[in-house]
Design a protein around this ligand. Structure first.
Ligand code: PEP
Ligand code: MG
Length: 889
C-alpha cells in the first residue's frame, strides 16, 4: 500500500483516500494552479495507526522520500538553520468537520532557524511572531497544553507594553514571549519544546491522527452520522506567508455570491496577515474588489483562477488564498456552502450556462432548503433594533411578548397573547410552555440542545445559544449588550433562520415561494422574483422525472384544496376522527353510552349525514384524484371527558345531592374504557369489530357521498382504508361487511362505485404477514408512525420530551426515528412487506402516510423500496415532490 501521495498524484475524486482538502489540493495542482508544493498522508495510514497504536513501518520512509523531494524542489531543507523550509500539517477528512481536528503551522522553526528566517525575510518581527505561533499551536494541539496558558501570557505581554493588538508587539517583545511560551511547555510537559524539525513534523502528524478520535470529533460524527472508521488524511504543505509586508496578504473568496447566487467578485482580503488573523478579527478586512487597486497582477490572476475553478467544478467554489510578496498561492478550495435561495438560483444559472443538466440541477438542491424557503420571514426593509444574535436552531419568524417561565407562557397564551419563551436553556419541564409559545429563545446550548431539538420537532421557531443575552429567570428579565433590559411583557422578535433577536415587533412577510405555490405569484411574470423563477423551473424538472406520486394527509376541504394547489395528486390519508369532534362529540358520546342496539343505531344514524357531507366536500375538492379515507382509529376515550375532571364534577354534584344521570353514566363509561396502554388497546380495526355498525356507518357515508358526486357529474375516487390491522382475519370480516354496504348503496343509486378497499400496515405483525394480508387488500399504506412506535417500543407521544435529547446527545441516533425512517429496522419491515404484498398481488398499490412521507431522506428510501406514492401534510408536498424527483434523477 502507498501511504503518501504528492499533490500532483491525487485528484478530486480521491476524497476517501486523501480527504476533502487533500483531494482538492491535488486537483488544483493538476489544473496548473499555484498551490504550494506538498504531499498528503492517506486515511489508510491513519486507520492503520489507530488500529495498531503505531504508525505503519513504511510510513516513516515514505514521508522521508516525499519530504526530500519537497526539499529538493524548494531548494531548502526543513528547518535548515540559515533558510528554513517551513511546513503546515493540516487534518483533512473525507467530510468536512469544521474545527473538530487539528492543524499546526510553521513547523521547522527552532531557536536557530528562527534567526535564519529573520535573515532571509529581512523581517525579524515576522520571524519571531511565526515562532511564537508555532509553539502556541504545537503546545495546544500536539502537547495538549491548555490554550489559555498561552493566551494569558500573550495578553499579559500586550498589557505590559500598552499594545492594543498583537500587531503592536515588536520583535523583541515577541522574542521574550517565545521564551515564556517555551517555559510554559517545559513546565507543563516536563520536557523542552522539540527543536528537531523532523520530530516536530512527526509529532504533529501523530496528533492529527489522534484528533480523529478526540471527544469532540467523535460526538460530531455520531451526530452527523459520519462513520467512525474513515480516518483522516494529513496534508503537509510548504508554508507561504501573507504577513511579510504590505505586498502580502490573505483572503477568502467565493466564485459567486453564496447568499444570492449572483455572479461577481465576492470575498474579503486582509493585507499583511495570516489566515488566523482573519478569523480572529484583529483588523478589518477589505472587500475583495479592493485588491485590484492594491495588487492588480495578483487580482487578475485570482479572477482567472476562480473562473477556471468554476468551469472545472461546475459549481460555486470557495477558496482560501495567500499572496506572498506579490505572488498568489491557492491554499484550499471546495464546493462552497450556500444559502437555500442561492442553491436554487445557482442550479438554474449553471443549467443556463450549459455547465450542468437538469438532473444535476436537481441534485444541487435539497428538500430541506426548499422547506427553509417556505417559512415566513421578517421584512428585510423594516428597521429594528437588533438585541443580539444566537444560533439559528429552527427556522421561521416569531414575534411575541417576552416570558421567562413555562407557566406564564401557558397562562398568557391561553388568554390570547403571543409569547416568546425565553430561558437560559430548556428542559423537559418546559415542554408545555414551548408548545404555548410562538418561539423559543435561549442563551445557552447549541444546535442539539433540548430547545433546538424539541423546537425543530415541533416546527417551532427557535434561536438558541444567544450568549450575549443575559437571561435572569428569577427577576424575569433579559439584558442585552449595551444594557438594554427586556422585562416580562416586552415584545421581542426572533428570526430562527438567521439567529437574530430584535426588540419590538418586526413585520413578518410571507415567503414568496409559498405565494408562488399558492398561485398568488406567477413565475412567468416579467417582474417575477428570481428565486421564484428558479424554484418553478426546478419543481418542473422534479415533476418530470419523479416516479413516486405525492398525496396529502388532509381531512377537510380547505386542507385538501391547498394540498392540490401545492401539487398533491390525491389524499393518502383522511383521518376521520377529526370529524367526530366539536358539536358531533355529543353524538359520539351517545354512541359510546348506548345500552341497547336501538340507542346505538339512533346515534349512528345521527352521525351519518354529517360524515357524508364531509366526504362530499372532500371528494369535490379532490375531484378526479384518489381520496383514501381511513375508518375510525383512535381509542374511544379520546372522545370522552377527562377522567379526573369528570370524577370531580360528579363528586361535587353528589355532595350537593344534585344527581346528573348523564354524567354518572359517562363516568362509568370512562372507567369502563380506561386502559393502561390505550395506543395498544381498543382502537383501529378492533373498534370496527367490537362496536357493531360503526364502520358500516362510515362506509355508507363514503359510498353515499361518492354516489352523490357521481350524480352531480363529479369524478370521486374513493378508497377505504382499515387501520391497525394485525392479521388478515380482521380485514376479511371488515371487508365483507364493507362490500355489502357498498353493494347496497350501488343498488339504491343504480350506479357503480368502484371503491378500493385496503389496509394500513402499521403493526409489525401486519408487516410480517403482508403476503397473507395482500390477499384481502387492494392497497397497503404504511403507517410508519405507529410502525416506528411498535417496532422500537417507543411511545410516540412521550419519548421526544423524555429521553430523546439524551439519545441524540449520546449519538444513539442523529435524528429521531419518528422524523426520518429507521432504514435498518422499520425500513426493513417496509421493504419486506412491500415485496411480500406484491408477490401475492402484483398490482397491489403501495403508499406511506406516516410523517416520514414528507421527510426528505425517507422519501428517497420509499422511492428505492418501490412504493407508488408518499402522503404528507399539505405544507410538505413541494418538499416531497422535489425529493421524489431527486431520488429518480
Ligand atoms: C401512522 O401510524 O403512521 C399513521 C399515519 O396513522 P396515525 O398517525 O393517525 O396513527
Ligand atoms: Mg397509525
Amino acid at each position: 500500500r502507498k501511504f503518501v501521495y504528492d499533490f500532483s498524484e491525487g485528484n478530486k475524486d480521491l476524497k476517501d483516500l486523501l480527504g476533502g482538502k487533500g483531494a482538492n489540493l491535488a486537483e488544483m495542482t493538476n489544473l496548473g494552479l499555484p498551490v504550494p508544493p506538498g504531499f498528503t498522508i492517506t486515511t489508510e495510514a491513519c486507520k492503520a495507526y489507530l488500529d495498531d497504536g503505531a504508525a505503519p513501518e513504511a510510513l516513516r520512509d515514505e514521508v522521508s522520500v516525499h519530504l526530500e523531494a519537497l526539499e529538493r524542489r524548494m531548494g531548502k531543507k526543513l528547518g535548515q538553520t540559515d533558510d528554513p523550509l517551513l511546513v503546515s500539517v493540516r487534518s483533512g477528512a473525507k467530510f468536512s468537520m469544521p474545527g473538530m481536528m487539528d492543524t499546526v503551522l510553521n513547523i521547522g522553526l527552532s531557536d536557530e532557524s528562527v534567526q535564519g528566517l529573520a535573515a532571509q525575510s529581512g523581517d525579524e518581527r515576522f520571524a519571531w511572531d511565526s515562532y511564537r505561533r508555532l509553539i502556541q499551536m504545537f503546545g495546544d494541539t500536539v502537547l495538549g497544553i491548555k490554550g489559555e496558558l498561552f493566551a494569558e501570557a500573550l495578553d499579559e505581554a500586550k498589557k505590559s507594553r500598552g499594545a492594543a493588538t498583537d500587531v503592536d508587539l515588536c520583535a523583541a517583545d515577541l522574542q521574550e514571549l517565545v521564551e515564556q511560551f517555551k517555559g510554559i511547555v517545559s513546565k507543563e510537559t516536563g520536557r523542552d519544546f522539540p527543536q528537531e524539525p523532523r520530530e516536530q513534523m512527526d509529532l504533529a502528524i501523530r496528533a492529527v491522527f489522534d484528533s480523529w478520535n478526540g471527544d469532540r470529533a467523535r460526538l460530531y460524527r455520531r451526530q452527523e452520522r459520519i462513520p467512525h472508521d474513515l480516518g483522516t488524511a494529513v496534508n503537509v504543505c510548504s508554508m507561504v506567508f501573507g504577513n511579510l509586508g504590505p505586498d502580502s496578504g490573505t483572503g477568502v473568496a467565493f466564485t459567486r455570491d453564496p447568499a444570492s447566487g449572483q455572479q461577481g467578485v465576492y470575498g474579503d482580503y486582509l493585507q499583511n496577515a495570516q489566515g488566523e488573523d482573519v478569523v480572529a478579527g484583529i483588523r478589518n478586512t477589505v472587500p475583495l474588489a479592493d485588491l485590484e487597486g492594491l495588487d492588480k497582477a495578483s487580482y487578475d490572476e485570482l479572477m482567472r483562477t476562480m473562473e477556471t475553478l468554476e468551469t472545472h467544478y461546475k459549481d460555486l467554489c470557495d477558496i482560501e488564498f495567500t499572496i506572498e510578496r506579490g505572488k498568489l498561492w491557492m491554499l484550499q478550495t471546495r464546493v462552497g456552502k450556500r444559502t437555500a435561495a442561492a442553491a436554487f438560483r445557482i442550479a438554474t444559472q449553471l443549467v443556463d450556462q450549459g455547465l450542468i443538466d437538469e438532473a444535476e440541477a436537481l441534485r444541487r438542491v435539497t428538500g430541506s432548503q426548499l422547506a427553509q424557503l417556505m417559512f415566513p420571514r421578517f421584512d428585510g426593509d423594516a428597521t429594528s433594533d437588533q438585541l443580539g444574535w444566537g444560533i439559528a436552531a429552527s427556522p421561521g419568524a416569531a414575534v411575541g411578548k417576552a416570558v421567562f417561565d413555562s407557566y406564564t407562557a401557558i397562562k398568557w397564551s391561553r388568554s390570547g397573547e403571543k409569547v416568546i419563551l425565553i430561558r437560559r436553556e430548556t428542559n423537559p419541564d418546559d415542554l408545555d410552555g414551548m408548545i404555548a409559545a410562538e418561539g423559543i429563545l435561549t442563551s445557552r446550548g447549541g444546535k442539539t440542545s433540548h430547545a433546538a431539538v424539541v423546537a425543530r420537532g415541533m416546527g417551532k421557531t427557535c434561536v438558541c445559544g444567544a450568549e450575549e443575552l443575559e437571561v435572569d429567570t428569577k427577576r424575569r428579565r433579559m439584558t442585552a449588550p449595551g444594557g438594554v433590559v427586556i422585562e416580562e411583557g416586552d415584545t421581542v422578535s426572533i428570526d430562527g433562520s438567521s439567529g437574530k433577536v430584535y426588540l419590538g415587533e418586526v413585520p413578518v412577510v410571507p415567503s414568496p415561494v409559498v405565494e408562488y405555490f399558492e398561485g398568488r405569484m406567477h413565475a412567468g411574470a416579467d417582474d417575477a422574483d428570481e428565486l421564484v423563477k428558479a424554484v418553478h423551473r426546478i419543481m418542473a424538472y422534479a415533476d418530470r422525472v419523479r416516479r413516486l406520486r405525492v398525496r396529502a394527509n388532509a381531512d377537510n376541504a380547505e386542507d385538501a384544496s391547498r394540498a392540490r394547489r401545492f401539487g398533491a395528486q390525491g389524499i393518502g390519508l383522511c383521518r376521520t376522527e377529526h370529524m367526530f369532534l366539536g358539536e358531533r362529540r355529543e353524538l359520539v358520546e351517545r354512541l359510546i353510552l348506548a345500552d341497547t342496539s336501538e340507542e346505538r343505531e339512533t346515534a349512528l344514524r345521527g352521525l351519518l349525514p354529517h360524515q357524508k357531507d364531509d366526504f362530499v366536500e372532500l371528494f369535490e375538492s379532490m375531484d378526479g384524484l384518489p381520496v383514501t379515507v381511513r375508518l375510525l382509529d383512535p381509542p374511544l376515550h379520546e372522545f370522552l371527558p377527562d377522567i379526573t375532571e369528570l370524577s370531580v364534577r360528579v363528586a361535587l354534584a353528589e355532595s350537593r345531592k344534585d344527581h346528573n344521570e348523564n354524567d354518572l353514566r359517562l363516568l362509568q363509561a370512562v372507567h369502563r374504557l380506561h386502559e393502561q396502554n390505550p395506543m395498544l388497546g381498543l382502537r383501529g380495526v378492533r373498534l370496527g369489530l367490537v362496536i357493531p355498525g360503526l364502520f358500516t356507518m362510515q362506509v355508507r357515508a363514503i359510498a353515499e357521498a361518492a354516489a352523490e358526486r357521481i350524480e352531480a357529474k363529479g369524478d370521486p375516487r374513493a378508497e377505504i382504508m382499515i387501520p391497525l390491522v394485525g392479521t388478515v382475519q380482521e380485514l376479511e370480516i371488515v371487508r365483507e361487511e364493507a362490500e355489502q354496504v357498498i353493494a347496497d348503496v350501488e343498488r339504491e343509486h343504480g350506479l357503480e362505485l368502484k371503491v378500493a378497499l385496503g389496509t394500513m400496515i402499521e403493526l409489525p405483525r401486519a408487516a410480517l404477514t403482508a403476503g397473507q394480508i395482500a390477499e384481502c387488500a387492494d392497497f397497503f399504506s404504511f403507517g410508519t408512525n405507529d410502525l416506528t412506535q411498535t417496532v422500537w417500543g417507543f411511545s410516540r407521544d412521550d419519548v421526544e420530551a423524555s429521553f430523546f435529547t439524551a439519545y441524540l446527545e449520546k449519538g444513539i441516533f442523529g435524528v429521531s426515528p419518528f422524523e426520518t425512517i429507521d432504514k435498518d429496522g422499520v425500513g426493513a419491515l417496509v421493504r419486506s412487506a412491500a415485496e411480500a404484498g406484491r408477490a401475492t398481488r402484483p398490482d397491489l398499490k403501495l403508499g406511506v402516510c406516516g410523517e416520514h412521507g414528507g421527510d426528505p431522506e425517507s422519501v428517497h428510501f420509499f422511492h428505492e423500496v418501490g412504493l407508488d406514492y408518499v402522503s404528507c401534510s399539505p405544507f410538505r408536498i413541494p418538499v416531497a415532490r422535489l425529493e421524489a424527483g431527486r431520488a429518480a434523477a
